[in-house]
Design a protein around this ligand. Structure first.
Ligand code: TYD
Ligand code: MG
Length: 459
């Protein structure tokens, strides 16, 4: 083992110590010291990644921006439209992409599926979590099989690079970064300094060889990517794979992207045979119902850049046990309470004695304020036991004084509703600027107060 200079750093305040200490004298936090490499002796160690001589190896010199050639078409376009969209139009060569998500959400499934779908690229799938047999079983489940996808069950970065040199893959997937370990660092796999070192080695490999690298990352109890925050700074793109484990929908979103927008969103459905791309999410988020039921309304929201029509369901019934209950799934509970107070104070509805249960169908979590009006409509529909026509939808925010407020990108919302066959939409009066109200297949109601919505809906 080569001699490496290490030191201990507090992960909370950054204080340094030559030996491990339980309590940081600088900030008082317990158990925050982690060993980190400060200098490694290059001479007698195996190089982390020794690229075959490439033109990229020439020491870089400043160049005028205008002279840098731009190969726009060099992105690898996968068969997965959702992934392409989220990455901003395909995988950029030499990019390092981190994908995080809860255990069991489907990260390995998604990556293996993508690895197998790339028929023209040699893909190396490195797994430190599952055996070859387990991966084979998963691949069988996914159905598609091809010969250009190689599996390596290995956790040492030096061995991985050795295999990479032989195989020369065109795409590398690492499942997961927390299982890797580098011989340069003594601490165990998954520790902060290991994660950082392994990522740095892979980053160097990606940039020097031009091979895109996907890293699967674990997340902590709080939902953040496990490992140092610096990990997110090192990579080019951070993708988050989320969804409710009991629901079949999965959402892939970007939280950072050096090569595209971060407001894109990919939607998948987990099926028995892997993840299916969902191209028209609104159709499945709105349940097919035959009869008119009270308490159901449709909100035209945006998830990222994508317009989505989402079903809001509520149940309002007299509270039988003391304090009325308020419960909401997929919608901020504080915001629900606020809207209930607005309905009580401004609309005169006696909701104070009622239990209110609210649910966003499909297991989605909605933060877009444009769903407010749909929430109010759904609550009142249940309270009065009057059904809202199933071809009516809503897109507006509700303010504290019961005013109907404008929302962004109203044009997209209306177009999506129209495309899905809705006949009427309620929007704010303040949203009509530059909007063509006539000549559409959908009737646009412009309102400024809650009462106008109610009289329009229930007469
Ligand atoms: P997995 O990819 O192992 O999750 P992660 O790598 O994020 O921990 O996903 C495992 C879950 O997906 C598991 O609960 C079973 C389910 N699954 C399906 O429903 N269909 C499938 O075809 C596959 C492969 C998995
Ligand atoms: Mg996994």
């Amino acid at each position: 083992m080569a001699k490496i200079k290490t030191s201990y750093f507090c992960q909370n305040c950054g204080a340094q110590s030559a030996k491990w200490i339980g309590r940081c004298p600088a900030c008082g936090e317990w158990n925050t010291y982690v060993e980190e490499v400060i200098q490694r002796e290059e001479a007698n160690t195996v190089a982390a990644w020794k690229p075959v001589s490439t033109s990229r190896q020439v020491a870089s010199k400043p160049k005028p921006l205008s002279e840098i050639s731009f190969e726009a078409e060099s992105r690898i376009v996968t068969n997965d439209q959702e992934l392409n969209r989220v990455l901003g139009g395909g995988i950029v060569p030499g990019s390092l992409i981190l994908i995080g998500g809860e255990p069991g959400i489907g990260k390995s499934t998604l990556m293996l599926q993508i690895a197998m779908s790339l028929k023209n690229q040699r893909v190396l799938y490195v797994s430190g979590e599952e055996s070859e047999l387990q991966i084979k079983m998963r691949a069988e489940r996914l159905g598609t099989n091809h010969n250009n996808c190689f599996i390596l069950t290995e956790t040492g970065t030096q061995n991985i690079f050795k295999q990479i040199e032989q195989l020369q893959p065109e795409l590398l997937v690492v499942d997961s970064i927390q299982t890797l370990h580098s011989a340069f660092i003594e601490s165990g796999a998954g520790s902060i300094s290991q994660v950082r070192e392994c990522t740095a080695e892979l980053l160097k490999y990606a940039k020097e060889s031009g091979t895109p690298v996907f890293l699967i990352g674990h997340i902590t109890k709080e939902g953040n990517l496990a490992g140092p925050k610096i990990l997110e700074h090192m990579v080019d793109t951070v993708l988050q794979f989320e969804g409710d484990r009991h629901m079949t929908y999965r959402i892939l979103r970007t939280t950072k992207n050096r090569f595209g927008s971060t407001s894109e969103l990919g939607i998948y459905e987990m099926q028995g045979s892997g993840l299916r791309q969902v191209n028209n999410p609104s159709e499945i988020l709105i349940s097919q119902r035959e009869e008119h039921l009270s308490g159901i309304s449709i909100g035209a929201t945006l998830e990222g850049n994508r317009p989505l029509l989402i079903e809001v369901q509520s149940l309002v019934s007299p509270a039988t046990y003391g304090t009325p209950q308020r419960s909401s799934t997929g919608y901020d509970a504080k915001r629900l309470n606020m809207l209930l107070a607005v309905l009580e104070k401004r609309g005169g509805f006696k909701l104070g004695t009622q239990d209110v249960f609210l649910n966003i169908a499909g297991g989605l979590k909605v933060e877009d304020p444009a769903i407010d009006l749909a929430v109010c409509a759904s609550i009142l529909s249940s309270f009065d036991d009057l059904a809202i026509p199933s071809t009516t939808c809503f897109a507006a925010e509700v303010g504290l004084s019961g005013e109907i407020r404008a929302v962004n990108r109203i044009e997209n919302r209306i177009s999506e509703a129209e495309k899905l066959g809705f006949k009427e939409i309620y929007i704010s009066k303040f949203n009509v600027k530059g909007l063509d109200l006539k000549g559409r297949g959908i009737k646009i109601h412009t309102v400024s107060k809650l009462e106008e919505v109610l009289s329009g809906l229930f007469g």
